[in-house]
Design a protein around this ligand. Structure first.
Ligand code: IVH
Length: 673
């Protein structure tokens, strides 16, 4: 009976796999969405009845799970190299000459020309034909384990059809995860409706998506992939071109425009063609990757430092366009620094309409002599925010006047000052509305106290209504519930949610509070290091500059800024008010255990019921150790919780030291953690 069930599930799964491939990889659907959903439901139902038949490559595994991801580090078996860039034909010709000269005389060199997809690279490991692990590039040597999230991308096969090509079962593929432009725009529109922060471009939203903690959320993001390389000792292939064909046969999605070029001339033609046609593609590309086709020749040329001698990126020029600069306005940030902004005649460039561009600082304006009324060239490079690259002087109006540095704050009219050795000018009024709003927004932001609902728009209203004048006022908002409800678009439910979020912010760790205070130069990372060493506000308030600088990676600009902050009575009083409100000004982690596990690598497997994985991971890392996701001979310890499976077996085989959860806790205690 159960055999029958097993067969049935397997047949259904095969069908779904085929339809999935047709839809997501070949873009050539065979059945309707409804039929597809029906099939999937049927599998789900059968798996519910017979959980013993659930497999890791079942299509039901693509929806993500509610287990919060922890991104263990994964060492790449072969480093993920980066590419040298070329920017014009001459540099490409030089690359070709170096390749030919590097090989035996008169070698003919063929190249593959591949579109350089602007996304995030990924390395995926298949064992016995099954997807077992996916990792980000990281620093090229090791990346982060994002397997659960990658599984949700439908164009990535969870298993290949071994019978189709029985030679190849254990291998790595590498490729680029990206978000098609249409999907990106749709997602941003939805985010706008929900008052969520917008992503600047498809690349950023791809990077953000694959690092989400909740893989069910990732499943909702319109991610896609192009696989561009195969690493296998089994294929016997002699060229990149053949590897790409094999990848296609195995069910992977490869880019259809890749061209096998007989010589560098054909490569140049390909580059020129796509530089002019890039806007017609449904995804973003930022250049062409040129690779020596023959694997023998690749091996002959080898690598230098972090990039191969046999491949190069041809980068397209930044997209530019002309428009008129209507006005220069000045934005005041939370530190009081003024940033000039170019208000432009709206113009369409690289997928979006641009009406503002940053001018960085006064020096930039002076250097480029940018004036109101000028015709300017703006560009969208790798950066998110467009910038003014130059002024078209021939089109300048003869009456135009040089841009003047403002003398008063455009918001509060206070005097401005320019500290020596700084390019920025500042508003000196600590209570300037723009600074107050900036500080509140920073405090409530994602990396600080993360108070959902207290975003730019509400901060603006509450400051204007004089309900908020500093961050401690946030903790009195619950007393003003009735007033808040009367604010347009607020309503009872959102006010109650806001009050709840404010209450929850009191649970946030000390380092987030410290970061939230917005002390100059104290970024999120520095705040974390500081609170691990000076773990109470009292210790921090009274620490000398020398003491603060004893902390790893903390230098004099940070220490002086902290001392200056606590010298100011306003700040002292503010911290006291926040302490009274119940915020967390103490951290659990104390110094002195930081290096005891340095160089040691741990694998956590099974359920850790006493401590939990996240806590175990952070304890190990706080002591200088590393948590990796797969067991190898180099692993120092495997911590095996309940129901530990294959990783435990592998550890036994490789004779890696195995610790039970209690033994692991004992180990931590022995080094005073
Ligand atoms: S090959 C040694 N091929 O561009 C080979 N990379 O700096 C290294 N990329 O990190 C990569 N499309 O994220 C290769 N067809 C393609 C690519 C590609 C996009 C990205 C990749 C890599 C970066 C190169």
């Amino acid at each position: 009976m159960s055999d029958l069930f097993k067969k049935k599930i397997e047949t259904l799964r095969e069908k779904v796999k085929k339809y999935n491939h047709a839809y997501y990889v070949l873009s050539d659907p065979i059945i309707s969405d409804e039929e597809f959903d029906k099939l999937l439901k049927e599998i789900e139902e059968l798996e519910k009845q017979h959980p013993e038949f659930i497999t890791s490559d079942s299509p039901t595994k693509r929806v993500g799970s509610d287990i919060s991801n922890i991104f263990n580090s994964v060492e790449h078996s072969i480093p993920m190299l980066s590419l040298a860039n070329t920017y014009n034909s001459q540099e490409l010709l030089d690359f070709d000459r170096r390749c030919r000269e590097g090989l035996s005389a008169n070698s003919k060199v063929e190249y593959t020309a591949e579109l350089k997809i602007d996304g995030v690279s990924i390395s995926i490991n298949y064992k016995n034909g099954l997807l077992v692990e996916a990792a980000t590039r990281g620093d090229g040597v090791s990346g982060e384990d994002v397997t659960n999230n990658i599984r949700t991308i439908k164009s990535i096969p969870l298993s290949i059809n071994i019978s189709q090509n029985s030679e190849i079962k254990d291998f790595y593929v590498r490729g680029e995860i990206f978000m098609p432009i249409a999907g990106f725009n749709r997602m941003n529109e939805l985010r706008k409706l929900n008052d969520e922060k917008l992503f600047a471009n498809p690349r950023n939203s791809t990077a953000g998506s694959i690092k989400l903690l909740d893989s069910r959320e990732v499943a909702k993001r319109p991610l896609d992939v192009f696989i561009y390389s195969l690493i296998s000792s089994e294929s016997g292939n002699t060229s990149q071109w053949k590897n790409l064909q094999l990848l296609k046969d195995l069910g992977f999605k490869i880019n259809p425009f890749t061209k096998l070029c007989k010589n560098i001339g054909e490569v140049l033609e390909f580059c020129k063609y796509w530089e002019s046609k890039r806007d017609e593609l449904p995804y973003e590309i930022d250049g062409v990757v040129v690779k020596v086709n023959s694997i023998d020749q690749q091996n002959g040329l080898g690598n230098i430092a972090k990039s191969p001698r046999w491949a190069v990126a041809y980068k397209f020029k930044a997209k530019q366009t002309k428009t008129k600069l209507r006005e220069i306005t000045w934005q005041v940030g939370r530190t009081g620094a003024l940033t000039p902004v170019a208000e432009l005649e709206p113009v369409f460039l690289a997928g979006s309409t641009i009406s503002r561009a940053t001018l960085h600082n006064i020096e930039e304006i002076q250097r480029k002599d940018i004036r109101e009324g000028d015709t300017v060239l703006i560009e969208k490079g790798g950066d998110v925010i467009p910038k003014v690259s130059l002024v078209v002087l021939e089109e300048r109006d003869k009456d135009s006047v040089e841009t003047k540095i403002p003398e008063n704050c455009p918001i509060c009219n206070s005097k401005l000052f320019q500290p020596e050795s700084e390019v920025n000018i500042y508003c000196e009024n600590f209570y300037c509305d723009a600074q107050v709003k900036g500080r509140l927004e920073h405090f409530a932001g994602r990396n600080a106290l993360d108070i959902e609902g207290l975003g730019t728009a509400l901060v603006e209203i509450l400051v204007d209504l004089k309900v908020l004048s500093d961050v401690s006022d946030i903790y009195t908002l619950h007393k003003k519930r009735d007033d808040l409800i009367t604010i347009e678009r607020m309503g009872e439910k959102s006010v109650d949610n806001l009050i709840k979020a404010i209450e929850q912010s009191k649970e946030k760790p000390f380092h987030k509070v410290l970061f939230g205070l917005g002390i100059r130069y104290v970024g999120a990372g520095a705040a974390q290091k500081i609170t691990q060493s000076l773990n109470t506000i009292e210790k921090l308030r009274t620490a000398s500059a020398e003491r603060i600088e004893e902390i790893k990676e903390i230098g004099p600009s940070i220490s002086n800024s902290i001392i200056r902050f606590f010298k100011d009575d306003k700040n002292k009083a503010l911290v006291e008010r926040l302490e009274k409100a119940g915020l967390n000004f103490e951290s659990e982690i104390v110094e002195a255990v930081t290096t005891k596990l340095s160089g040691k690598s741990f694998v956590l497997t099974g359920t850790l019921s006493l401590m939990g994985r996240n806590e175990a991971k952070s304890k190990i890392e706080n002591c200088g150790g590393k948590v990796v996701s797969s067991v190898s001979a180099k692993t120092d310890y495997v911590v095996a919780g309940e129901k530990a499976g294959s990783k435990l077996e592998k550890a036994q085989k490789l004779e890696v030291e195995i610790l039970s959860e209690t033994e692991f806790i004992e180990l931590l205690e022995s080094i005073n953690v």
